[in-house]
Design a protein around this ligand. Structure first.
Ligand SMILES: Cc1cc2nc3c(=O)[nH]c(=O)nc-3n(C[C@H](O)[C@H](O)[C@H](O)COP(=O)(O)O)c2cc1C
Length: 169
């Protein structure tokens, strides 16, 4: 049941010094690759960064993502094109990438791995460091690795009745 992974996923910011097996990493990326997107545009490219030097440089230019330096894998999610939904008032490519990355977090949880989204990054630095073309945007980073501790996730969330209503707002 996928709800198990949804409940068990939490933001992991401390990682073991242990490599992520290639087949597991591929499996996580595959969960993103087959995610849905508006018009099936698949407006994404995912760059896998393992290099400690590159991760260190990215970590130096963030406040809330220092742990990038200690996570064995960093996935850099890029937007390769704009995408629009009928009736949508925003670029749905960003939404699409959110879905794909969330699929990855859940598959990682399923495999016993931890992840954390990092929205605090210096895009110019990441682009320069990874040779990302000018017209491509970096939407988010995702750290992946084995969690340092076996934690029970705390779900600090608004109550159901605050965020769900029926038939009207
Ligand atoms: C788009 C996005 C950006 C985020 N950026 C950061 C970040 O820069 N640094 C960080 O430590 N956590 C970041 N997070 C993690 C959130 O803080 C976390 O998901 C939230 O507090 C809920 O906790 P949980 O993931 O453990 O359930 C981000 C999450 C999302 C979805």
């Amino acid at each position: 049941m996928v709800l198990k992974e949804i409940v068990n996923r939490y933001s992991v910011r401390e990682y073991l010094d242990r490599e992520v097996e290639d087949d597991k990493l591929k499996n996580i990326l595959e969960a993103g690759r087959i995610a849905p997107s508006a018009n099936n545009a698949q407006p994404w490219k995912f760059i896998v960064v393992k290099s400690p030097e590159k991760r260190q440089k990215i970590a130096e230019r963030t406040t809330w993502g220092k742990f990038i330096a200690n996570a064995p894998v960093l996935i850099v999610a890029c937007k390769t094109q704009d995408s629009w939904m009928m009736g949508g008032w925003f670029d749905s490519a960003v939404l699409d990438i959110g879905i794909a990355v969330d699929h990855m977090t859940l598959q990682a949880t399923h495999l016993g791995l931890g992840t954390c989204w990092v929205g605090d990054f210096n895009e110019n630095l990441v682009k320069k460091l990874l040779n990302i073309p000018k017209d491509i945007r970096v939407v988010t980073l995702l750290t992946v690795g084995y969690p340092e501790r076996d934690e029970t996730p705390r779900k600090n969330r608004a109550p159901f009745s605050d965020v769900v209503s029926y038939e009207e707002y």
